[in-house]
Design a protein around this ligand. Structure first.
Ligand code: SAM
Length: 220
């Protein structure tokens, strides 16, 4: 049995997630299993060509971990950078609903965001999510208000420009999670780790959950 299937089996014994959420997660887990069993192929037109169907989702361990972290906050404003097809957003929005918070999620491709919106509707979570389509760096700069939680999971060369854009918008006590910090280990994520650790008020640690998460907390 793959890790995904084991994790999904464990999730179905989870009392805190309702049936609608579990069913939608089940659909995603099947798709993640298929995707991970298929050799990576560059989509026509490349990763930004508008036909890319790979979800590149964080996976169930990271999803659950995000849910646990957000559930420890009170009515948080959550910012997700890289909606993709909506998998991590289900975990974040479920925690937003549980805590009286809200999720703002950003994706450059409208067709991915549209799929994510339909799945959020099925999960009964759409009223807790504000879907925004466009370039995340530009949209972060335009954000009114501050944020309490950030998931950084878009193209890796955007981690640093996103950090520069969202850092001034962090509330005291805000938590920032960046994915793919161990796998794939790219120069871009190392630059991000060095940059966020150098920011005033940031405490940060690298955790071997999923593809590796840099967890940072802001307290000036
Ligand atoms: C790794 S995937 C996100 C996976 C998602 N967090 C999940 O776990 O389901 C990265 C996403 O970032 C999106 N993206 C790339 N550049 C972007 C940009 N400038 N602004 C917003 N989203 C962008 C890609 O289209 C892709 O869907």
């Amino acid at each position: 049995m793959s890790d995904n299937k084991q994790d999904h089996a464990a999730l179905t014994g989870e009392h805190r997630l309702d049936d609608k959420v579990l069913n939608v997660l089940g659909t995603y887990h099947q798709r993640i299993d298929q995707e991970r069993a298929t050799p990576r192929q560059e989509a026509p037109g490349g990763r930004d060509g508008g036909q890319d169907q790979r979800m590149r989702a964080v996976g169930p361990q990271t999803g659950r971990f995000l849910n646990i972290l957000v559930r420890s906050l009170t009515a948080p404003t959550i910012l997700e950078l890289g909606t993709s097809f909506g998998y991590s957003g289900i975990w974040l929005a479920e925690a937003a609903r549980a805590t009286g918070g809200k999720l703002i999620t950003m994706e450059v491709h409208g067709y991915k965001s549209a799929y994510a919106q339909a799945m959020a509707e099925k999960a009964g979570l759409s009223e807790h999510i504000d879907f925004r389509v466009g370039d995340a760096v530009t949209m972060i700069r335009e954000l009114r208000g501050k944020v309490d939680f950030v998931l950084v999971d878009l193209w890796k060369d955007l981690y640093l420009p996103c950090l520069e854009a969202f850092y001034p918008k962090l509330n005291t006590g805000a938590i920032v999670v960046a994915d793919n910090m161990i796998y794939p280990a790219t120069e871009d994520v190392k630059i991000y780790a060095t940059a966020i650790r150098a920011k005033p008020g940031i405490s940060s640690v690298l955790l071997p959950v999923g593809s590796g998460l840099e967890i940072s907390r802001y307290e000036p």
